[in-house]
Design a protein around this ligand. Structure first.
Ligand code: 3HC
Ligand code: NAI
Length: 699
């Protein structure tokens, strides 16, 4: 049973009870229609209230059912709503907390709606690449007016119930309850009040027009089309609402249905639904149960007030958590604090942060030059120079001063977290927290699980990540962790492409057309080409037989490190980020190519994209096999949140699944034939080969 049925006097109350958000899955729909029949059959019942148990009225259709036969199994949501509309006794929706998607559509089918203040009301289907498919596009414009309804449908953003109730002429809420606590008793009283009124009012019978008609919808299309490139759903939302304004209700409903079903099968919607689930799955660690106790974190220490230390500190200040920064010298501390202030002041100037909030945040920040001042911190995050000797000295000090049970985290991007843990007598308290630069902006956090990291440390860090609004993904210990280990292969392919005939601009353009925020060479210029140079020096000492293009080294030998030196693969004008192709760099690539005796060939955008993206996929398959990532969807989150992978393609693993792993493997076999590429690398990872052979997918 996923809905409870109870009679209060002469009012029946059906309470949706399908945790966590009362999703309208098959069993809930059955229980709801059963309740409606029971109430209609009971002569003692005069009216019916529908509400939700727990912390939601309803979060809408059960997303987990999408794509399965259950989603369509009768009674589907449309039939449930029709049953409500046809009820001989009035049905009143008592709405609280969360009323979204199918949940809002359900309530719009009810004869009356009473809402608690503070309720988040939305039709968020567009965020899943869909549109409301159970009458939302037809009923909400009738209840709220075309413009506010279209805004909600196209943005998917929640609006508070009390704000909606203030819209002139709105018929969404017949009544506002005075509080969530009194909602049920007020709904029962309201039900008694309306029990005898006939005919029963229906939203479908309300008029729906926009005074500017065609001109308005044209304007809406222009606005929405401009903002939703690569996503088909938003424009379809406009089509559906236009149908509401121009067609008879039932015809509009048919239009909505057709558009909904077509969108459900688009790769964009599949990707967005995948991301919704992947985002929530990322915080779940297979062997760390959800009820693992967490350590209390009220005060944080950050070691190093440089680029990363400053950004990391801001995350915690923003979340209202006190931060103490430690440096070796006062001037380094002063510089760090000044940068934090400058960042906040820029936000205040842009109107993104109120002055009092800025002051509040800054008041949580303190500094010190002495480790002894860190003894009260519940957690410390180290962000000092990337040298193992420096890390050793810092962690030995931390081991000496930090209180028992404090979490010791390192923001190292390349070093061995197990080794760092071994510098302390409490390796169970040591964890990696790999933030991405700029750390106060980038959403991704790789949480590096050392061999001895305690489960409660992981649980605490994952919860803390949520608090500072990061998407945390757990990675095992390996060189580069998940993201950078993959990007190294991607960068290597970029180098081979230059050797074989491409220019940096051609590669970047192809990748950006595919949807990446930035191609590999623009990205190198942004991050600093010297970073990759240092990694290559180390890597090819360790693996002298590993094939790679020397072009990037030649570039660095010229001091062209990227934006920070005003010159990299491209030229940059001070204060601007535009990448201007440079003829000397192109000549350098050509000369190098000639010195290798390579005759350049024309390489298609398709080949460029395939080689770059499939190099990510193959390395990711090794990462999964090695147990560095526990699930493919985590790898997608890393690339979506940290590396600018196009959202509508759902991440590299989801994209490979969409292409078909068999096709991906075939392409790899082709690339392995290229004598200028690395045939060994293009041997499909055993996991990938197995899944492809079995006709399976990563996700
Ligand atoms: N179906 C199934 N499960 C859902 C769900 C839904 N519609 N909405 C949320 N959940 C689950 C999540 O997967 C998560 O599960 P987990 O605990 O196992 O990881 C749990 O509920 C809690 O979700 P959040 O972590 O997101 O919790 P928050 O409190 O931060 O947010 C929420 C709650 C605002 C309801 C948010 O989850 C949300 O926005 N959900 C999506 C709502 C949505 O898109 N509804 C439309 C569905 S499509 C539809 O209705 C089609 C119809 O038009 C025909
Ligand atoms: P940075 O050079 O900007 O800052 C390092 C700071 O640490 C300096 O201010 C320095 O004075 C201070 N410091 C050095 N030794 C110290 C010690 N013993 N005690 C106290 N303070 C000390 O370096 P950045 O870029 O902030 O990097 C820091 C760490 O973050 C490194 O481990 C790096 O690999 C990692 N990282 C860097 C990223 C980036 O994009 N810059 C991204 C992710 C991780």
């Amino acid at each position: 049973m996923t809905a409870d049925y109870k009679v209060h006097g002469d009012i029946a109350v059906i309470t949706l009870n399908n945790p966590p958000v009362n999703g309208l899955g098959y069993a809930t729909r059955v229980a709801l229609t059963d309740g409606l029949s029971k109430a209609n059959d009971d002569v003692a019942v005069k009216a019916i209230v529908i509400t939700g148990a727990g912390t939601a009225f309803s979060g809408g259709a059960d997303i987990k059912e999408f794509g399965s036969p259950k989603a369509l199994q009768e009674p589907n949501l449309l039939s449930v709503i029709l049953t409500i509309e046809n009820s001989a006794k009035p049905v009143i929706a008592a709405i609280h907390s969360v009323c979204m998607g199918g949940g809002l559509e359900l309530s719009l089918g009810c004869h009356y709606r009473i809402a608690a203040p503070g309720c988040s009301v939305a039709l968020p289907e567009v965020k899943l690449g869909l549109l409301p498919g159970a009458g939302g596009t037809q009923r909400l414009p009738r209840a709220l007016g075309v413009e506010p309804a279209l805004n909600m449908i196209v943005s998917g953003e929640p609006v508070k119930s009390e704000l909606l109730a203030m819209l002139p002429g709105q018929q969404l809420f017949n009544k506002m309850a005075s509080s969530a606590e009194s909602l049920l008793s007020e709904a029962l009283a309201y039900a008694s009040e309306v029990a005898q009124i006939r005919p029963l009012p229906l939203v479908r019978n309300l008029p729906c027009k926009h005074p500017q008609g065609d001109a308005y919808f044209q304007f809406a299309r222009n606005m929405v089309g401009g903002m939703s490139k690569n996503f088909p759903a938003p424009l379809k939302c406009v089509d559906a609402v236009e149908a509401a304004a121009k067609k008879k209700f039932d015809d509009g409903l048919l239009t909505e249905r057709e558009l909904f079903i077509n969108l459900m099968w688009t790769p964009e919607s599949r990707s967005l639904r995948h991301i919704f689930m992947a985002q929530r799955a990322a915080s779940k660690i297979p062997d760390v149960p959800a009820d693992t106790p967490q350590r209390a974190i009220n005060a944080i220490a950050v070691i190093g007030a440089g680029t990363m230390g400053g950004g990391i500190s801001m995350n915690f200040l923003n979340a209202g958590i006190a931060v103490k920064m430690l440096e070796m010298k006062q001037d380094a501390l002063d510089r760090g604090v000044a940068t934090i202030r400058k960042n906040y002041e820029a936000q205040v100037k842009k109107g993104k942060l109120k002055q009092d909030k800025y002051e509040q945040r800054i008041s949580l920040l303190s500094t010190t030059l002495s480790y002894d001042d860190l003894k009260d911190a519940d957690m410390v995050i180290e962000a000092v120079f990337e040298e193992i000797g420096v890390k050793e000295a810092v962690f030995k000090e931390l081991d000496r001063v930090m209180k028992p049970g404090a979490i010791l985290a390192s923001n190292t991007s390349t070093l061995d977290v197990n080794k760092i843990a071994s510098f302390t007598k409490r390796p169970q308290d040591v964890v990696g927290m790999h933030f991405f630069s700029p750390a106060n902006v980038m959403k991704l956090l790789e949480v590096i699980r050392g061999a001895k990291t305690a489960k409660d440390v992981l649980a605490t860090v994952m919860a803390l990540a949520k608090k500072i609004k990061k998407t945390a993904v757990v990675s095992g210990v390996c060189d580069g962790f998940i993201g950078n280990r993959m990007i190294e292969q991607y960068g290597r392919q970029g180098g081979f492409l230059l050797d074989e005939g491409c220019t940096p601009a051609q590669v970047d353009k192809a990748v950006e057309k595919f949807g990446f925020a930035m191609g590999p060479f623009r990205m190198g210029d942004l991050a600093g080409n010297d970073i990759g140079w240092a990694i290559r020096k180390r890597r090819y000492l360790e693996k002298p037989n590993m094939k790679y293009s020397k072009t990037a080294d030649l570039l660095c030998e010229k001091g062209r490190f990227g934006q920070k030196t005003g010159a990299g693969w491209y030229d940059y004008v001070a204060g601007k980020r535009d990448a201007i192709p440079n003829a000397e760099v192109v000549k350098m690539i050509e000369d190098h190519r000639a010195s290798l005796g390579i005759t350049p060939r024309k390489i298609s955008d398709e080949e460029i994209v395939q080689r770059l993206v499939y190099s990510l996929v193959n390395e990711a398959a090794h990462i999964l096999e090695d147990g560095i990532a526990s699930k493919a969807s985590d790898i997608d989150m890393v690339y979506l949140m940290g590396y600018g992978f196009p959202i509508w393609r759902g991440g590299p693993m989801n994209y490979a699944d969409e292409v078909g792993l068999f096709n991906v493997v075939q392409a790899m076999h082709r690339f392995a034939q290229n004598p200028l590429d690395d045939a060994r690398f293009w041997q499909p990872a055993p996991l990938l080969a197995k899944l492809a052979a079995e006709g399976k997918t990563f996700n």
